[in-house]
Design a protein around this ligand. Sequence first.
Ligand SMILES: Nc1ncnc2c1ncn2[C@@H]1O[C@H](COP(=O)(O)OP(=O)(O)OP(=O)(O)O)[C@@H](O)[C@H]1O
Ligand SMILES: [Mg+2]
Length: 331
Amino acid sequence: MEEQKRLAEELVEAKQRTVSRSEAKVKAETILEKVKSIYGELLEPREPVRNPEEMVRRLRQDYRLLVDRELVYLVVAAFLNGRPVLFEGPPGTGKTEVGEAILSLWSGKNAFVLPCSENYDEYRVIGDFHPLMAMKYGFNEESFIPRPLLAAVLLDAGVLVDEIRRSSEEFQNMLLDIVDKRRIIVPELRRVFRAKGLGFQVIFTSNPEDIAQNELSDAFLRRVVRVKFTYPSPEREAEIVRMRLSSTPRLPDHLLSTMIECVNELRSTATHKPGPADTVLWAQLAAKMAELRGSSTVSLDDVVSAARVVLFKRDEDADTVEEVVEKFFGK
Ligand SMILES: Nc1ncnc2c1ncn2[C@@H]1O[C@H](COP(=O)(O)OP(=O)(O)OP(=O)(O)O)[C@@H](O)[C@H]1O
Ligand SMILES: [Mg+2]
């Protein structure tokens, strides 16, 4: 009799377990459906690119990014070892754009970008509850709004965490835990969301020279693969500028090399050091000025006018920039 009662109880418990498991499955679909309806449009899938040689080629062809072969191999190796990557280097060296492009190629979907700030927390990146819906339905999946990091886990997409030093240490540790274990826990929902494929990868960016930012903890640095970004050689920088300029109006070679000498000098003398991003913008503005004048060739005057707006970033650099422009362009 006792035995029968125990068996009956076990049966009921087992049934309840099955019900709650199938309920959980329905709920999982609800969140996934929400994620798809919010972010799906941004993520039309393409064939993932996991071969580093192909990646270098596609970065150049599809994204007009000139990226070191070794850097791409390192990132792919890190991903295959389940490690997040940290891109560190001075402003304008391509950290954000290269990171986003590599993640997008790797997972075959546009990467999510999280621009960090001091007050970033799990509610901003994982999800939060709609206040009115929560009042009506309670704190459950109905009122839950999934945010980009959870969306990336569920959609098997990459995440670029931009300017990680701007976030708090607590936030950094939370991210590392998610990346390490490839899952997100939402205690309010009593749910664990797991990454299903290899597409979910994370690249952090950081500029260590930016003084008004937090240091990265030892724990953080131990877990990420650190990849340094530096200024390109003059030849590579010229190639980058050429890749980003349309063929008309033409920027003569001698002007471009002088521009690159000029930015290299400012990199050792000015407080605001121009990156390749500034050189590209400088060349693009000068070319636009020539086009507006109806000329087919960029002139020295176009270059000097554009220099004055692109290279002046801080008042304290005014004299330095003026001297350097005069030294290289005689104006
Ligand atoms: N390797 C590169 N190939 C092509 N363009 C490049 C490259 N490096 C820099 N650029 C130029 O710089 C721009 C991208 O700079 P990006 O904003 O990614 O730099 P960043 O290192 O993230 O800078 P910041 O520290 O200011 O955020 C591109 O739009 C392009 O003009
Ligand atoms: Mg950036």
